[in-house]
Write a protein of this length. Structure first.
Ligand code: SF4
Length: 325
């Protein structure tokens, strides 16, 4: 599908591209690395990494002269910092070919090394010819990757220290993996309806508008060829996930969940749930609290629709997401 990075066959784990130095590989210009323990040890328990070091893979040595972006922030040159050797064409040619090969790797996203003239995703320093820097650039490989796969989840290691950005990124890659697994079972209308049903509340927590658009698209599934049907669904799904779930949107979804317990919850249970939703909405407690309470009622009252919802268990508890206010 356009903008996708789907593999021919499904893999067991989430496949994630990553800047090699974040995995501890000694590929930096100074012979060092930038090991990120959360990525390698914690998230690494759930994903299979595809490491990419643009500078080494395009044929440069370790150690090597440092480099930087110079000129137009939208189309900068990549120059070595001291001797001014222009590596732009070499890097662009390599990046063009590398992203095409990555298209067959089944990646669910990419984690880039921040600040790098090759790998940085945003706010990379770009220098004027006179040597004045401004943080307005994108690394050459990162730009080629994002241009090729505009809807794939991408992040930088530094931004992943922000709990909300981390949660959003991880939710997106797990959802994309579930989507890929669903595709691997065949592009049938039945599979599409099944995926849509399970992920309705998750999508609603990101975008009520795209939740409705996806619902309309699935409702008119009979009028479309399978390729078109799945390609458009995927596009809308990934667009929805790009929009962040906020406390207000989450609180609305949790209230929506309450509707499934009408006539089932006792007055105290209802009151308790309402209170924790409001405390969460007000920023007093983390999402894990109302989500756990809803999960408790789902089990206690055996609510079949909510039991299916990925929203209530979107990623492994070991990742300790949804625990912040
Ligand atoms: S930032 Fe990118 S180019 Fe630089 S060492 Fe890391 S992976 Fe290689």
């Amino acid at each position: 599908m356009p903008g996708d990075a789907a593999a021919e066959s499904p893999s067991e784990r989430i496949r994630l591209g990553v800047s090699s130095c974040l995995m501890g590989e000694k590929v930096r210009y100074d012979g060092g690395h930038k090991l990120d323990r959360f990525l390698r040890d914690t998230l690494g328990s759930f994903v299979e990494y595809v490491p990419v070091c643009p500078e080494v893979e395009c044929g440069l040595a370790v150690p090597r002269e440092a480099m930087r972006l110079v000129g137009d922030p939208e189309a900068p040159r990549l120059l070595t910092s001291r001797s001014g050797v222009d590596l732009t064409d070499r890097m662009l040619a390599w990046a063009k070919e590398r992203v095409e090969r990555l298209a067959g790797e089944g990646l669910c996203g990419f984690v880039f090394k921040s600040g790098s003239p090759s790998s940085g995703m945003e706010r990379v320093k770009v220098y004027t010819p006179e040597g004045m820097p401004s943080k307005t650039g994108v690394g050459i490989f990162a730009r080629a990757f994002m241009d090729r796969f505009p809807l794939l989840p991408v992040e930088e290691e530094g931004r992943l220290n922000d709990p909300k950005l981390r949660e959003n990124f991880i939710e997106r890659i797990f959802t994309l993996k579930r989507w890929r697994d669903s595709l691997a079972h065949g592009k049938t209308r039945g599979n599409l309806v099944d995926f849509h049903t399970r992920n309705k509340l998750l999508v609603l927590s990101h975008s009520p508008e795209l939740y409705r658009a996806l619902g309309r698209w699935v409702a008119h599934a009979k009028g479309h060829e399978a390729e078109e049907l799945f390609a458009e669904y995927q596009k809308l799904l990934l667009e929805a996930l790009q929009l962040k779930a906020t406390p207000r949107k989450n609180a609305n979804v949790l209230q929506h969940c309450m509707g499934y317990f009408k006539g089932v919850l006792g007055p105290d249970e209802k009151q308790e749930l309402l209170e924790v939703i409001e405390r969460y909405r007000g920023g007093l407690i983390p999402l894990i609290v109302p989500a756990t309470l809803v999960n408790h009622y789902v089990r206690k009252y055996d609510e079949p629709y909510l039991r299916l919802q990925t929203y209530l268990n979107p990623h492994p508890v070991e990742l300790q997401l949804r625990n912040h206010v």
